[in-house]
Design a protein around this ligand. Structure first.
Ligand SMILES: [Zn+2]
Length: 444
């Protein structure tokens, strides 16, 4: 029992996602920078992956354009499935996107993904998604023929989804995992919007989306290859007037489900340390930019974005060329494959931890009917949970600071004032895999 700045009781420790699971650790060791390199070389080899580029049979056969890229991704996922006895269900979801600012004529867009079905009937409906966009662009977003290598943007994120699929398909998980690659990102997040809307209308219970976009670790001298930024929204895109009223009154601006997911990434890096550390950025995305995680946020799903620490704008959205001695273009030689492998390991560790954990507790309530200095929390039992933990932190702290086990109880009273801290409750299984934490609301 320790005390931090008046927050008494509980265990003060760097909060992690549980003890190291040897099966997960051994899967992480299988992540291969050589395979990631080969996959990105293959993607770059299609010349352009502009969403508006060729998709006809002849171009696919010739290995040029986005149609060829799509077919190749599908065949990779099918290979991984063969290697795990058909454990992956590989799907291509095509739709016709109408004319828009960056889409001069109606264009077929295809998301390609693989589903690793959860093994626990009660928890399998919960879905964890890793995503990258396989489309690319050069200086002209409407150009359909000139080179658009997209090694970093987003060959790197596509390679993360593929490598996670290869490695994690060797294991079994309670929850379902989807390894997603989308197109249309550069034309306006078309593929991710279609997927997120489809998921919402089908009632899919997506718990977490890890969007990897520009995780190539550009080799510019100012790069810090020991960091990967993790962007997360604060006030949820879907907050309504009554949600905003509560946020204004009680705080919680920094406790969206996406932010809990971002914290979970840091907690994962404590259990499975790596050469690349997550750097939390409490912001939806970078200035002037957006990404596929936003399409999921807009459907009310927790989603974060992974991006290298420092981007080099000469190496993104540029037609390859040399001008006044400066080389432009999103080329293979600027990408650090060991860095991408480390980012893939972090993603895989987050997914494996989440997919092994029980469901997060539901109906998590804080009693607020009377003035008192103790705090009482209650929740409903979750499937496969061996027990629960209450986390808390000072209102100004970025990350959880203290925790206390509640055993297998679903109600606990703690001797600290709810006025001074932010609480959350998470579930763990008999091994110790932790779920995402859930911040309570006032008991109705
Ligand atoms: Zn991108």
């Amino acid at each position: 029992m320790t005390s931090v700045a008046g927050v008494a009781c509980g265990q003060s420790a760097a909060v992690a996602v549980g003890p190291l699971d040897p099966q997960i650790a051994s899967a992480l060791k299988q992540v291969s920078s050589a395979r990631i390199q080969a996959n990105i070389e293959q993607l770059v080899g299609f010349g352009t992956r502009s969403t508006l580029s060729a998709q006809d049979a002849a171009s696919i056969a010739a290995g040029h354009g986005i149609g060829a890229a799509r077919e190749w991704i599908k065949s990779q996922l099918e290979n991984y499935s063969r290697d795990c006895g058909g454990c992956l269900e590989v799907r291509s979801d095509s739709f016709l996107e109408g004319r828009g600012e960056r889409i001069p004529q109606p264009t077929e867009i295809t998301n390609v993904y693989a589903v690793l079905k959860g093994t626990d009937a009660e928890i399998a409906p919960q879905i964890i998604v890793v995503s990258g966009h396989y489309d690319s662009r050069n200086s002209d977003t409407l150009d359909t023929t000139a080179a658009a290598p997209g090694a970093n943007d987003d060959g790197s994120g596509t390679a993360v989804s593929l490598e996670c699929a290869r490695v994690l398909s060797q294991l079994k998980f309670r929850s379902t995992i989807i390894f997603l690659t989308v197109a249309g990102e550069e034309q306006g997040l078309n593929g991710s919007r279609h997927f997120a809307q489809m998921a919402r209308s089908n009632g899919w219970k997506i718990q977490a989306v890890l969007n990897n976009d520009i995780v190539g670790g550009d080799r510019s001298p100012q790069q810090d290859p020991s960091l990967v930024r993790v962007f997360s929204e604060g006030i949820p895109s879907t907050a309504n007037e009554s949600d905003l009223k509560q946020l204004r009154s009680l705080g919680g601006e920094t406790d969206s489900p996406s932010r809990q997911l971002a914290r979970y990434v840091v907690e994962t890096s404590r259990t499975y340390p790596s050469t690349v550390q997550p750097l939390l950025v409490f912001r939806l995305d970078r200035y002037l930019r957006g990404g596929d995680h936003m399409a999921f946020n807009q459907q009310g799903y927790a989603a974060v974005r992974f991006t290298e620490f420092r981007e080099d704008y000469h190496h993104q959205h540029q037609t390859p060329r040399i001008e006044n001695g400066t080389e432009y273009g999103d080329l293979l030689k600027f990408v650090d494959f060991d860095y991408i492998a480390a980012v893939a390991r972090l993603n895989a560790a987050v997914m494996a931890s989440l997919a092994s954990a029980p469901a997060p507790p539901t109906k998590v309530y804080l009693q607020t009917k009377q003035l008192e200095n103790d705090s009482t929390l209650s929740w409903e039992a979750s499937p496969a949970a061996a027990g629960y933990e209450v986390l808390w932190r000072q209102t100004t702290a970025a990350d959880w600071e203290q925790l206390q086990s509640a055993g297998n109880q679903t109600r606990v009273t703690l001797p600290q004032s709810k006025d001074n801290v932010i609480f959350a409750v998470r579930a763990f299984d008999s091994f110790g895999h932790r779920s995402l934490p859930v911040v309570p609301v006032s008991e109705p």
